[in-house]
Design a protein around this ligand. Structure first.
Ligand code: HAM
Length: 421
């Protein structure tokens, strides 16, 4: 035997019950988000590298260290998307979806790729559920989006999730804060900072606040707070967002270090965190990115969004109850195979769930198979039943069985199911 090929490190194969959790998330997202007016979008997994460099920012870990980037056969640099916002905005601009001048709401989900060190809750291929609102600066939009995410997480049965929020200011107030932060960084012993922070202190000081290294965090405890440096418009915007959240009774904490790992954010940022999944605590994160659409070549349209990490949500979700199939149709004679297929089709058309044997086999082996599928009823079709257009229903719970006309089979199963409930 040749050696079997194994999957790539940090990538995963998903089967039930894990895959059922993903289906549950997708179904709830479709149902809930559409009730808020969001439309589902499907966008490419592969984009030009420049899109991510321009939106996420060249100084971020994602762009500097984590992208799956390669040249295609014509030497064009392409990247497997590390997140969905950049692609969503590229699609929005390219398809001129702003022409109507209205507010647009989209959601999408699928795999993302980041070359990170794999650990619990951190994969190289992971899945995000991404939501974006384009075309409004209203603080009400920020608050409603956060409320919707809250409802979504509660709808998945997650407990012990906490909301953290911050405001990162805008083009007007950020430069003064950068100067402030640089002056502060000038007062601390630079040799104590990690090499990345040392560089970023000059190029993009906000990124220093996002450093995960313990010694950098320690040195930053007295750093100036961005929320003390907001311009009046940003301060008012943040006050309004908080007012709506307060009135909605949505508890949150202010986290002044919540600058997020991507450079495109302005004003509101937020994360939902859990203490139950180790160091990878953020299950969802997002924020406002006014100015990004324009910097990607579109009109000056504001936006806000979030993404959930589906693997992290799956770690926290209760096990979904597997739904037992209604029937397993056992075929006891070759002659009955064609009729069995017809009966199976009729039952499924009437909403029942079950399998039909592909081959006629001994009753013993078919009952073993029926047991394996966890069906509630085994249906037995042999020579005698074929001749009288009947079938035997065997209740797998108590072993009782009865012979019924095929015509009344579905009603019979449904009645027995009702009686058992
Ligand atoms: P992000 O914070 O980079 O934001 O990612 C969002 C979520 O994806 C994280 O909170 C986490 O749950 C999950 N995630 C990120 N990396 C990994 C990984 N390697 N393995 C497993 N899960 C991971 C964004 O991506 C923004 N595009 C969100 C956004 C949308 N902002 C505005 N609109």
């Amino acid at each position: 035997m040749t050696n079997p090929i194994q999957k790539i490190k940090g990538f995963a194969d998903l089967f039930e019950p894990e895959s059922a959790k993903f289906t549950l998330m997708e179904n709830l997202a479709r149902d809930m988000f559409s009730r808020y007016g969001f439309q589902e979008a499907r966008i490419p997994l592969l984009e030009k590298t420049e899109l991510f460099a321009r939106s996420i920012g060249t100084e971020t870990d994602v762009v500097q260290k984590e992208m799956y980037t390669f040249d295609d056969r014509k030497g064009r640099s392409l990247t497997l998307r590390p997140e969905a916002t950049a692609g969503m905005l590229r699609a929005y601009i390219e398809n001129k979806l702003y022409a109507a001048g209205a507010i647009s709401k989209f959601f999408t989900f699928g795999p993302m790729f980041r070359y990170e060190r794999p650990q619990k809750g951190r994969m190289r291929q992971f899945h995000q559920l991404d939501v974006e609102i384009l075309g409004t600066q209203a603080p009400q939009a920020d608050a409603e989006l956060i409320c919707m995410l809250w409802n979504f997480l509660a709808g998945l049965g997650l407990k012990g999730i906490a909301l953290e929020i911050n405001s990162l200011g805008c083009k007007t107030c950020r430069p003064a804060f950068h100067d402030n932060l640089r002056s502060f960084l000038g007062t601390i012993d630079q040799s104590q900072l990690c090499p990345d922070c040392n560089r970023r202190a000059q190029t993009n000081p906000l990124r220093v606040l996002d450093c995960k290294q313990a010694q950098c965090k320690e040195l930053l405890t007295d750093a100036p707070l961005i929320t003390d440096n907001l311009c009046p418009q940003c301060a008012e915007h943040f006050t309004q967002v908080r007012r709506v959240l307060d009135q909605a009774n949505l508890p949150y904490t202010l986290n002044h270090l919540l600058v997020r790992g991507l450079d495109y954010y302005q004003r509101t940022t937020f994360e939902f965190v859990s203490g139950h999944i180790g160091s990878q605590s953020a299950v969802a994160g997002g924020g406002r990115y006014d100015g990004l659409i324009e910097s990607l070549g579109g009109p000056d349209i504001p936006g806000i969004g979030f993404a959930c990490g589906m693997e992290r949500l799956a770690l926290l979700m209760p096990e979904p109850k597997p739904s037992a199939p209604d029937f397993y149709l056992a075929v006891l004679t070759e002659n009955a195979l064609a009729r069995a297929l017809q009966i199976g089709e009729q039952l499924r058309q009437k909403g029942l769930q079950g399998e039909v044997a592909f081959e006629a086999k001994s009753i013993k082996s078919q009952m073993r198979q029926a047991n394996k599928t966890k069906a509630r009823f085994a249906l037995l079709l042999g020579e005698e039943e074929l001749g009288t257009d009947t079938i035997i229903i065997k209740d797998m719970a108590d072993g009782s069985q009865q012979q019924v006309a095929v015509q009344s089979l579905c009603e019979n199963i449904q009645k027995q199911k009702m009686n058992q409930q």
